[in-house]
Design a protein around this ligand. Sequence first.
Ligand SMILES: Nc1ncnc2c1ncn2[C@@H]1O[C@H](COP(=O)(O)OP(=O)(O)OP(=O)(O)O)[C@@H](O)[C@H]1O
Ligand SMILES: [Mg+2]
Length: 71
Amino acid sequence: MSLLKVENLSKSYQEATGRLEVLRNVNLEVETGDMIAITGESGSGKSTLLHLMGMLDKPDNGAIYYSNKKI
Ligand SMILES: Nc1ncnc2c1ncn2[C@@H]1O[C@H](COP(=O)(O)OP(=O)(O)OP(=O)(O)O)[C@@H](O)[C@H]1O
Ligand SMILES: [Mg+2]
């Protein structure tokens, strides 16, 4: 059983020049005891993903599960 599961997560922001697609169909699974690092260049969407996984923001699409329970 996975501790955390991220399924087809998408998130975009409305900007003055149009819609900025930050995350597109992100999938991730973390098992109990896993130690992971999220890496990527500045602006690639690391904080956006963490905000969604921490329930501080809502995705446009997709789902997040903790211990198989959808949040
Ligand atoms: N609330 C917001 N409204 C509009 N655009 C946003 C918002 N938050 C982030 N963005 C944009 O989304 C993109 C991803 O930002 P994010 O902060 O997730 O990147 P990051 O990988 O955490 O970068 P860094 O390494 O600099 O912390 C950037 O282009 C950023 O300008
Ligand atoms: Mg960041």
